[in-house]
Design a protein around this ligand. Structure first.
Ligand SMILES: Cc1cc2nc3c(=O)[nH]c(=O)nc-3n(C[C@H](O)[C@H](O)[C@H](O)COP(=O)(O)OP(=O)(O)OC[C@H]3O[C@@H](n4cnc5c(N)ncnc54)[C@H](O)[C@@H]3O)c2cc1C
Length: 444
């Protein structure tokens, strides 16, 4: 480790460190914190030359165990000191930021210039741009605006055996080579270390107007979601929370206690445009609804989204712990997936619930348990496997946004045909011939 210490300095290396994310922790032989991209490249070069596995670490908010080392000879590389916004060109709707800048800072800096960086995964004050790119994170507004990779014009990364490279840059179109920029988005640290990115921004909408409607059943709620699409309305967000989720968080809803199956949509745009889309949303969602709530005052809208951001924590607190997965299914199978989540929980004697990004068919199917109940862990594991089976049976995916990490190890080979998995492995072998970037993740 002396070589690494010489590269980053004694104060930026710690030995025998526990590191990981929201789901898994592991022990790394060392954790290093390079100062800049060049130092990060030197760290990778040293590790590659000495056959040392590397685990990139961002804000550690991941839900798949991606930032947890599986081997205790691994070196964890934290990008937290790469925290500069290198360029912000408001007139050109673009920003270049380093990997350690938090997702909230990217959004805030854009907003201060009247612009929007739409990806909004749920722990923005902690998650970092590098981790958000490496997981290709989504969030509520991915329905209209897409996921993180859709906003990345260029990636700067350290590839094996320690080369600092750039794919794309401050250009809005570039079809010169294979889409290696896109390949790094969602690669979960298994192909290289992201050090910075050029981001595309758009003018921030003047108004954001949510509409929330409560229904008596999953079927009524999902029919309302399909009605929104069929009517040709384009909400910025189209979310749902099932009745069991509301048992954990409905009482705290700022507009008064909520129960039933809830659909939460949001209209955005210029003042007039947002008001028009909101009226269309109210019309599409009102049929069969027991209640419709459409706040327009800025404070109330902020409160509503703050409440939505707390849902995951409220559900976890209900029994002390939860496993939340993130399967995604074709939209016409959403109601079935929501109902089956509850049935799977019941089969394994677990309380279950789900909420998520309805418009994207993306469920956070969750199984609640008491962490002091040793037997529950096995039941939760079995329930998760049944859930993955369900996603595949419905023609969906085992992960819509959190990634494979450790938690879903082996699932890609069940989801893809052998030839597709072989192509995936060929990419990994070409970019990381020694298999030292985040070994055991994505595709073991
Ligand atoms: C309350 C809560 C709500 C969430 N809501 C959402 C949501 O709505 N949508 C969603 O998609 N996600 C969501 N997440 C998951 C998580 O926030 C995102 O995936 C997040 O953007 C990950 O960023 P991070 O910096 O914390 O990454 P980490 O957890 O530190 O790392 C994630 C993965 O990326 C790799 N990695 C990290 N940095 C780099 C780098 N610089 N280069 C290469 N690889 C790297 C790691 O090795 C690991 O495999 C949520 C998490 C929490 C806690």
């Amino acid at each position: 480790m002396d070589g690494l210490q010489r590269i980053v300095g004694a104060e930026h290396i710690r030995l025998g460190v526990r590191v990981g994310d929201r789901m898994r922790q592991g022990t790394a032989r060392a954790l290093v914190r390079p100062r800049d991209a060049e130092q990060a490249a030197a760290v990778v070069a040293w590790c590659y030359a000495h056959d040392v596995p590397m685990v990139p670490v961002g804000g550690r908010t991941g839900f798949a165990g991606g930032a947890a080392p599986l081997r205790d000879d691994a070196v964890a590389i934290s990008l937290e000191r790469l925290d500069a916004v290198r360029a912000l060109d408001p007139g050109l709707w673009r920003m270049e930021a380093e990997a350690g800048v938090t997702t909230a800072t990217v959004a805030r800096r854009a907003r201060e210039s009247g612009l929007l960086f739409p990806p909004d995964p749920g722990a923005p004050e902690e998650s970092q741009l590098g981790g958000t790119i490496a997981t290709n994170a989504g969030g509520p507004h991915a329905f209209k605006y897409g996921v993180t990779g859709d906003w990345v014009m260029g990636v700067e990364a350290v590839l094996a055996p320690g080369e600092l490279v750039r794919f794309g840059g401050p250009v809005r179109k570039d079809v010169a080579g294979y889409d290696l920029r896109g390949l790094l988005c969602g690669s979960e640290g298994t192909l290289g270390l992201v050090t910075a990115a050029w981001l595309r921004l758009v003018p921030a909408p003047e108004a954001q107007l949510p509409v929330l409607a409560a229904y008596g059943s999953i079927a009524e709620g999902c029919a309302a979601i399909e009605r929104v699409l069929a009517a040709g309305v384009v909400p910025a967000a189209l979310e749902y929370l099932d009745a069991a989720t509301l048992e954990a968080c409905g009482a705290a809803f700022p507009g008064g206690a909520l129960e039933g199956f809830v659909v939460l949509a949001e209209a955005d745009g210029g003042e007039e445009e947002a008001a028009r889309v909101r009226a269309e949303l109210v019309e599409a969602l009102s049929q069969d609804a027991r209640a419709v709530h459409a706040p327009s005052e800025r404070g109330a809208v902020r409160e509503l989204w703050r409440w939505r951001a707390g849902v995951s924590y409220a559900v976890a607190a209900a029994r002390g712990a939860k496993l939340s997965e993130d399967i995604a299914v074709p939209l016409d199978r959403l109601a079935e997936a929501i109902a089956e989540t509850l049935a799977i929980g019941a089969r394994h004697d677990l309380e279950a619930c789900s909420w998520g990004h309805a418009g994207d068919g993306n469920l956070h199917s969750s199984f609640l348990f008491d962490p002091s109940d040793a037997a529950a862990a096995g039941r939760v594991d079995a329930a998760a496997h049944e859930l993955f089976d369900l996603a595949l049976r419905l023609g969906g995916t085992v992960t819509g946004e959190h990634g494979i990490g450790i938690l879903k190890a082996g699932q890609l080979a069940r989801q893809w045909a052998p030839a597709a998995v072989a192509a995936h492995r060929a990419v990994k072998a070409a970019l990381d011939p020694k298999g030292l970037f985040n070994p055991g993740k994505k595709e073991p």
